[in-house]
Write a new protein. Structure first.
Length: 544
């Protein structure tokens, strides 16, 4: 592993040269706490990105990735430092200047593309809307939107409504809408987090093509290693600073196995962060002796090496779950059909879809994006009525129930974490768990709540300082939502893509918690394509 000086590492030469279109210098960003303190999300971060460059940003949950993107979009004010994007110094800009700048110079893509598309418009109308906001006249916007869809191979979707699209189609449309006005910079936040590998690759390829055609610079935050296949440069953020960088030379097929030549980055203040894996491999203690020669710097322990702690076993080594438990199903659907606009998502005109889950079982519903995983969960929970078939939970026929009766059955039986996570934003982690228990008339269990948070890595500052949920990263919020669901002791736990915003280590941590919950008798149903969760499953249903 080599070392480079300065965080503004030159690009690979794949994109045009010239003055940086993104220039971040010594940026500090703070998230306030209720007690008057603050958590530093960015800690002196510096970064520059050239015009036309495709930059991918990796990093663990809570490292500052999303705060960086919000700073580049002018949505997060810095406590110190400077951010200049597409010619505008953001810290000194007024709200009106920022709004005008975003409409013309910025394209944004979110993990949940559905939030960016207006349901009342068709695909063509949504792409036109982005151009109209940028000030393009209506007729010209119509022609440019149609041309953008044609160029990106999406013309056949032009008359479709967003709710009829699969997850992969929705994200591709969002890409088209984000670049139709040819912005200087495109910011993408986990654009494939909810997609299977095939759909994700299609979105990456389309995104690379789209920004190249538009002459845009791309900054993409993602946990997915496969994204480096379309990147000119990759950087990793740790603790609010750029810690490593490399230039990938890989494809989608070998992205998971590829080991890039990563360089450690020395920032403007002289800080260098040694990755945990490197420190553990070398057995480095807290204090070192530095020996310098004209060509090398040698680090030596100042005291005998401590014993290397035993690392946590991976999920696959936690011991096999017993085979599918016997007994009565806690939830089941049978003979179910669901169709949208005449197209069957579940079942067919001649046969219905069915599944059941029993106490102590982890059932993963897998399949490509658009195959109907989310629909399965909604039908199972009685949140969506099927065209035909039966749905039972805890022995109750949910189809025969009123909305209030079905809600009462769910309250007695299950806890649910959907992709749209709803937390009490002003409350801290433990308070969110207390609130969930209070709503169900359950007593407060501070010790149990602390244990549940610790199992999911939500202790330390998150617990002691009273940091509100609104100040957490996406991955931290996702883990907190699962901790809250488990805190009510559900008989049935239903999760929709619970690792979509998690780095690999956090995903394995979550899977281990779910395995322990299943061993205690909780039935778990998960919609996911994540290999970590598939490895932890008792049983898997693959939708096609």
């Amino acid at each position: 592993m080599s070392v480079v000086a300065g965080q503004s590492v030159p690009g690979s030469g794949a994109g045009p040269g010239g003055e940086a279109v993104v220039d971040v210098h010594d940026a500090f960003a703070l998230h306030p706490l209720p007690d008057g303190g603050a958590v530093a999300a960015l800690r002196g971060l510096s970064l520059s990105v050239r015009p036309g460059e495709r930059l991918v940003v990796h990093g663990p949950n809570g490292s500052g990735k999303t705060t960086l993107l919000r700073s580049l979009a002018g949505e997060q004010r810095l406590a110190a430092g400077r951010v200049t994007v597409a010619g505008l110094e953001l810290s000194g800009a007024t709200s009106r200047q920022l709004a005008a700048w975003r409409s013309r110079q910025l394209g944004q893509i979110d993990q949940d593309a559905g939030r960016l598309l207006r349901p009342e418009f068709d695909v063509l109308g949504n792409v036109m809307l982005q151009l109209r906001v940028a000030g393009v006249p209506r007729r010209q916007a119509h022609d440019r939107a149609r041309d953008a869809l044609d160029r990106l191979g999406l013309a056949d979707l032009a008359e479709r409504r967003p709710h009829t699209l699969s997850g992969g189609q929705t994200q591709r449309v969002a890409v088209c809408a984000a670049i139709a006005h040819e912005p200087a910079v495109v910011l993408a936040d986990e654009p494939t987090g909810q997609l299977d590998a095939v759909s994700a690759d299609a979105v990456y390829e389309l995104l690379a093509t789209a920004v190249e055609q538009a002459g845009s610079t791309l900054v993409m935050v993602t946990h997915d290693r496969r994204a480096q296949a379309v990147a000119d440069r990759v950087v990793r953020i740790r603790d609010g600073r750029i810690s490593e960088t490399w230039h990938p030379d890989t494809t989608f097929d070998d992205a998971e196995e590829h080991a890039p030549d990563e360089a450690l980055v020395v920032d403007d203040r002289g800080w260098i962060r040694l990755p945990l894996s490197l420190r553990e491999r070398l057995g480095l203690p807290p204090e070192l002796t530095v020996t310098e020669t004209p060509s090398t710097i040698t680090l030596r322990p100042r005291e005998p090496l401590p014993a290397v702690p035993e690392t946590a076993r991976p999920v696959t080594d936690l011991g096999e779950l017993r085979e599918a438990p016997g007994g009565e199903p806690l939830a089941e659907v049978s003979g179910v059909t669901v169709a949208y606009d005449g197209r069957h998502v579940l079942g067919s005109p001649t046969s219905g879809f069915g599944l059941s889950v029993r106490p102590g079982e982890i059932l993963v519903v897998a399949g490509r994006s658009g195959a109907g995983k989310r629909t399965v969960l909604r039908v199972l929970l009685g949140l969506q009525l099927p065209g035909s078939g039966q749905v039972r939970m805890a022995g109750t026929d949910l189809i025969a129930c009123s909305r209030a009766e079905a809600a009462a059955v769910r309250a007695r039986t299950c806890a649910v974490v959907l992709q749209q996570i709803q937390l009490a934003g002003t409350a801290a982690a433990e308070s969110n768990l207390d609130l969930a228990r209070a709503v169900r008339g359950l007593p407060s269990t501070p010790d149990g709540d602390r244990e549940g948070l610790a199992e999911l890595g939500l202790t330390g500052d998150l617990f002691v300082s009273g940091r509100p949920a609104s100040g957490l990263s996406g991955g931290e919020r996702q883990r907190l939502a699962v901790a809250r669901a488990l805190s009510v002791g559900p008989k049935l736990l239903v999760l929709d893509e619970p690792t979509s915003q998690l780095d690999e280590a956090s995903a394995e941590q979550l899977a281990a918690v779910l395995v322990r919950a299943a061993r205690s008798g909780t039935a778990i149903v998960i919609a996911s394509h994540d290999p970590v969760l598939l490895a932890a499953a008792t049983r898997t249903i693959e939708l096609t």
